[in-house]
Design a protein around this ligand. Sequence first.
Ligand code: DGJ
Length: 759
Amino acid sequence: MIRTENGIFLLETENTSYIFRIDEKGHAEHISYTGRIFPSSEDIAAIAGPRDIKIGDGTYADEENPAYLPSNILYEYSAPGKGDTRESALIAEYGNGLITLDLVYRSHRIYKGKDLTDSPYALSSDHTETLELKLSDTIEPIEVTLFYTVYPEEDVILRSAEVRNSMDEPLVIRTVSSMQLDTDDDLWDLISFDGAWARERHENRRRIIGTEHIASRIGFTSSEHSSLFFVARPDADDSSGTVMGFNMIYSGNHLERIEKSPFSKCRILSSINPAGSAWVLEDGESFRTPEAIMTLSDEGLDGVSWNFHRFLSRYISRGCWQEKERPILLNSWEAAYFDITEDKLLRFAEKAAEAGIELFVMDDGWFGRRTDDTRGLGDWFENRDRLPDGIEGLSAKIHALGLKFGLWVEPEMISIDSALYENHPEWVIRIPGRTPSPGRHQYILDMSREDVIDYLFDSLSKVFSKNVDYVKWDANRNMSDYYSSNPELRHQGELFHRYIQGLYRLMSKLKAAFPEILFEFCASGGNRFDPGMLSFMNQGWTSDNTDIRSRIDIQQGTLRGFPPSAICCHVSASPNHQSLRKSGLDDRFGPAAFGVLGYELNILKMNENEMDAIKNQISFYKAHRRTFQFGRFRHLPSFDKDCIFWSIEGDDEIIVMEYQDRNGVNIGRHHRLIIPFADENKSYRIERREKYISPEDLGELGESYSKVQHKPFSITVSGSVLKKAGIALPNTFMGRGFDENTRLMLDNSSDLFVITPID
Ligand code: DGJ
């Protein structure tokens, strides 16, 4: 709900309150963002406090207001030049390079729902309400409208800004932020999600002590630095303490600035990255930023994650797959790489169908001259040597096996060795007179050009209309050689954003033409994993790294801001193709089940026991799929530094995964399972999922294998016990004295428990 009285604005969600006011200078001044409060106007004055602090050599507003120091005011949206020397939300050049702006309140309006329907945008519902706050410069006809849309149930406030130029000269936007949040103190930790290819979204936490920039300059959101970040009280942990979470609904270069001011305040800004970017507004034109998601929870990091999960599932992910359970797939990539033929693919598919897999995906290598990664990109028609009956024929044969059929594309890219390049060399992003830099032997198409979008729409539509049920949309290099031959660009600094807008246009058209296809976004694994892509495609390829140990970090980081239904996880071969680490088949299944399950291995090489194990995994996953894909994810406490516990709560069950990093020898104590959110008025049955361990993984111990871990583990305890004392799990193998109760947990192993409440 949004309320306003006497220049005070109160934005309320079920569990949070966001307050600002129009101050004595006409600025929109932030007051507080906290857990839900019910303040009177006196309370609000008390929260803000008197304006009596004079700063040493600070610039103040005017002689009448010596304590009004712009660099010490909490603004809703900032601009440079009138004394606020912190990072600015907006830097726009007018005249001959002037940047000073003094943004003051002009008007506001509050309405149900929200206005933005230009892709990508968050959906709205009967519960959503929007505040539009119009500010403009005191002198120049430059206007900024701030948008706040409140989602009460998810505790989310969606932010964006629009800049309008009404001067009779151009305005060049250098920096424009989707959101700004100024906090009244600076005791916060910053948590960012960083990495690289095969190391995506690793969580990094540190105290905010200066100015931090989280940025992508690669043209996409990037696996280097996600636009997702948290700002948390230092005492906040997974389940308690105040944490704020932010992300942008955007897939291009982004910049998050988190600045501790000299006067013990903190400024938080999310923007399109201004590096190499410029946007020219002529008289009467405006620029609207992407939307930014802002949320707060007093229930720790998992509380914020749950807000993100619900918000992204309900208002970002959309279409007929939004709430539908996602199929279990087998992908051909690591099974065959480029070496595919129809015959081989069909053999994979037959075995997949036997195991209970539901969707077969033909990855790279099926089109044009694409027999390796040096050629073929751009030619979206089948290679008849490999697929003699074309896509249609293969699709029909896969469907006849009872499987859905999917394929891989990489639409934004072009190989020099391709028919497309022979016809349209001018479509490549490159600077005239300079040799462009390759990435994976390929180049990027200029997605700002309408003719490129038209070509891709036509050629992809032809493929997608051949009974395709699923599409994996890849993008395998970063942008370089920034130059567009598109005459519509007024400034080359528009390329980054216009590229992303072109991509969104293409995806919108394809989604409208093929509403039933399940799309999965991918970019060298998880190089473009963001809410912008999720608003077009219901799920994403998280990482090329499917090693169990690596996946714990990658999925844990990704789960901080994305729901399990968006996170695709594959069981792959051992040794793993990225880490060369060996792990057990059922151990790998543990983390892979916490998301959308798939397989990416040569299923023809599986022996009978392994096939049985895969079949069991699949039937287990199917029985609990709704929980795994749409349940509430939480971390559980662990009292062993080598173990972590993940839980996912569905309508009538909780599934827990215990992951063990290293097996302790002669430790002499049990691992303890404790569920702090268990209901004290209930009892719970706890059952361990029976696990397959290959005798080969145990070497000489394989002989004694038959004596170990054969007794099913199933007990019932009261909710208060599970919540507070926890239960001792059966001992893991520790070097001595094992019997049929012992759990064999190797290094990098996992175990699953199904916990059912009993009234
Ligand atoms: C990168 C993706 O992340 C992989 O899964 C695979 O599709 C390859 N591209 C194919 O070239």
